[in-house]
Design a protein around this ligand. Sequence first.
Ligand code: CA
Length: 219
Amino acid sequence: MQVLLIEDDVSLAQGLQTSLKREGFSVNHLREGKSALSSVATSEPDIVILDLGLPDMDGNEVLRQIRKNHSELPVLILTARNTIEDKVTGLDNGADDYLAKPFEIDELLARLRVLERRLSSLKHADLTVGDVSIDTRAQQVRVAGIDVDFSRREYMLLKMLLENVGRVQTRDSLESKLYSWGEEIASNAIEVHIHHLRKKLPEQFIKTVRGVGYTIKPQ
Ligand code: CA
């Protein structure tokens, strides 16, 4: 389990590194937000521990940047800012947990273990119906045991249908989840994606519910 520790207090960081390593985490420590952001992109940590008061940018901005590309990366904020407003802001920006300094190392370790457990259940979050399965962690679709490439929107669409097996998804609801507000959408966009999806899936896997939308039947 690779932890990225973003903390400008060097002596605190050193103590944390020692404790985390003793617990079996591998730790990469950086003192600044910008270098941490590039490290998130290149070294793909499993968990981030994020201080808010950083020398070059605010930790909340670091968090917002992380969330743009890494929606599922667990982030624990570890900070001296301890008001309710601070906590709400951090959590609303996408933190998974928030621990105020001063803190007990045992509590931090326990919280990291919670994030670790959540991560490993996510890693095994496979959705399977009949011959079709998706690995939601790797965002990989497999049909009859063979990896098949899907565009991002095709993948999202298939995932939404698989998560709602047996329920009809209306075109409007699929559209609203697939596209951002204000994005230009062709009136037949969903039909076109479904058409492409069907070419890659077993016959009759996605059923059309005339005038309403689409569904995948349990198998
Ligand atoms: Ca700091």
